[in-house]
Design a protein around this ligand. Structure first.
Ligand code: IMP
Length: 435
């Protein structure tokens, strides 16, 4: 692998599809040269897997740039923070020898706090939805973002206010009323134990809480290397994904812009990370889903189980119409193709090049309409496999011919350059093509 990537300006790493495509690995790799790494959306619903010299980690809130001690990591205003989960994550990283303090991790004072009632409401709502459940991660994401939209709830910065306890009391009373209404009997939260947890969390994260926007702006304006890290994927965007089977934030370039105040036109490169096949976790349509032994083979070989919930991921062939939609609408101009090695022992592989819906062919998902996607029949193009190990390849030229053909075919179909190919989970198991 090339020693340095030599990327410039402000770059943003996101996912054009349903998440879990390997953003963590690519952010970790690019972050070795970053000055600042900003996590832009979502919260502990994310699970970013990183494997490098320091070990293997599943990060949920801490940006995947944390392994570069000289990069500043930031949680933006639009991230939602579970303070106790964040402190647990910080402590387990510290135990593994990773340096984390207010010198290299900042948390926006405007980010919302995920509290126990958000997690409870998330779970209660899913039960109430019954057969129409969304399949959320149960981390309180929908309820905390709805409090944000309602201009309610507690902000990370409130932890530092002298009148925090009064604010907390008001919030607690209100949340007890809300949850009691949901379950039909009186709910009382254990105030002392929640306050105790918050105070303990404050000991660790208190010095990291600040107004992060001027810092991000300063790095961007001085031409330093700014790296944005999205959570989830564009097909899970609250507005442009397949509502209601979505998350409650914005994983595309629009979300980066909301989080950082940097306009989409000022982002040098938006990188979409996507696997050689497509997965989804939770409910909602997945047009290329394979419910047979091939789907199971992909799941087993690709270890497709959620990094946050452990749920088996639904697997299918690479969905080009959805990828075209996610790249166009999510503002993506470069692709990274991951998990090529998972296909190493497949005799043949397929790519979904279009949909048949009611007898008409579509090459692009027109919008993320659930009914449309439910009725879409994938049109498959079958390609020969390569039956050869790719995990030791470090240059595109060294890949087996059929693997090269596969990559080039995806590039041709999406019409966006594939700048890196990942052939294994470790940082060095990466082919840098034309980055
Ligand atoms: P929530 O974000 O927990 O509310 O879940 C809403 C939907 O987004 C569900 O289908 C989840 O499975 C999905 N989701 C949330 N976070 C992730 C992620 O990091 N990767 C993949 N799917 C996710």
């Amino acid at each position: 692998m090339r020693e340095r990537l030599d990327w410039k300006g402000t770059n943003f790493v996101t996912d054009p599809l349903w998440g879990d495509n390997g953003k963590g690995k690519i952010v970790d790799l690019m972050a070795q040269e970053a000055d600042i790494v900003v996590r832009v959306n979502g919260g502990p619903n994310a699970g970013h897997t990183v494997r490098n010299k320091q070990g293997e980690f599943a990060l949920h809130l801490v940006p995947s740039g944390i392994f570069n001690p000289s990069a500043l990591c930031v949680l933006a205003d639009t991230v939602v923070v579970n303070p106790t989960a964040l402190v647990d994550e910080i402590n387990s990283l510290k135990k593994a020898g990773v340096t984390i303090d207010a010198g290299n991790l900042l948390i926006s004072k405007r980010a919302h706090l995920i509290m126990p009632w958000h997690i409870e409401r998330d779970k209660l709502k899913e039960i109430a939805r019954g057969g129409n459940k969304i399949g959320t991660t149960g981390k309180g994401i929908g309820p905390v973002y709805s409090d944000r939209a309602n201009r309610e709830g507690l902000l990370v910065g409130n932890l530092l206010s002298p009148d925090f306890e009064q604010k907390f009391d008001r919030e607690l009373l209100w949340q007890e009323k809300l949850t009691s209404l949901m379950v039909g009997n009186k709910i009382v939260y254990d105030k002392e134990s929640i306050l105790d947890d918050l105070n303990k969390a404050k000991d660790t994260i208190g010095p990291m809480i600040t107004n992060v926007l001027p810092t991000i702006r300063h790095y961007h304006d001085s031409g330093m290397k700014v790296l944005g890290e999205a959570g989830q994927g564009f097909l899970l965007d609250l507005d442009r994904g397949g509502y209601p089977y979505v998350t409650s934030s914005h994983p595309g370039v629009q979300g980066f812009s909301l989080a950082t105040g940097i306009a989409p036109k000022d982002v040098e490169r938006v990188i979409g990370v996507t696997k050689v096949y497509t997965t989804r976790v939770g409910e909602g349509p997945l047009p290329t889903e394979l419910l047979d032994e091939v789907g199971q083979e992909i799941r087993d070989k690709g270890k497709e189980y959620g990094a946050t919930t452990g749920r088996p991921r639904r697997c299918g062939w690479l969905d080009i119409p959805a990828l075209r939609y996610g790249t166009q609408s999510g503002g993506i101009d470069a692709l990274v193709l991951t998990k090529l090695d998972v296909f190493d022992s497949f005799d043949k592989v397929a790519i979904c090049v279009g949909y048949n819906v009611g007898g008409r062919e579509y090459k692009l998902l027109p919008d993320a309409d659930n009914e449309f996607m439910m009725s879409a029949k994938p049109i498959l193009k079958i390609l020969p496999g390569w039956n050869q190990d790719t995990s030791s390849c470090r240059s595109f030229g060294k890949l087996p011919e059929n693997a090269k053909k596969f990559v080039k075919e995806v590039e041709r179909l999406v019409n966006i350059p594939i700048q890196m190919v990942s052939v294994g989970p470790s940082r060095e198991e990466t082919i840098v093509r034309n980055f």
